[in-house]
Design a binder for this molecule. Structure first.
Ligand SMILES: [Zn+2]
Length: 137
């Protein structure tokens, strides 16, 4: 089986609502994301000798990460900061739960599917030392 992966990075702000640790405070991260995909036929390569052109990953998922997630603030929908930031003209992106590394990994996995990518796994590093993974069930 062939698969390919590409690494992306973006910056974001968030906080964990109703959390007792220091992540309850609004703060930022420089995230690193590794997206692994298979080609349409995971046992064969295309006529260029590729499972999937890396450019396709950059032009689909990479563009979305850059245009939609980079330099945005992510909050739980019930976080009282949501209306404050919205009223200030910079609405956050809301998650149904807390914007954890696990939630980002799942969000990016689901977007890869929407982009038509045969995604296998998404690794999301919130810091150099902390990673969450969502992979094909
Ligand atoms: Zn954090």
């Amino acid at each position: 089986m062939f698969s390919v992966a590409r690494v992306f990075s973006f910056s974001y702000g968030h906080r964990l609502y109703r959390y007792e640790g220091k992540c309850r405070r609004l703060h930022g991260h420089n995230a690193r994301v590794r997206v692994e995909v298979q080609g349409e036929d995971c046992a064969a390569l295309d006529d260029q000798g590729m499972a999937l052109d890396f450019v396709k990953l950059k032009d689909t998922l990479g563009r979305w990460l850059d245009e939609s997630l980079d330099h945005r603030v992510f909050l739980a929908r019930e976080d009282p900061l949501v209306p404050l930031l919205t009223d200030a003209g910079d609405p956050p992106i809301c998650f149904d739960g807390n914007p954890t590394a696990e939630a980002f990994a799942k969000l990016i996995y689901d977007r890869a599917l929407e982009e038509g990518l045969n995604v296998v796994r998404v690794d999301f590093w919130e810091t150099d030392k902390c990673r969450a993974t969502y992979s094909r069930p």
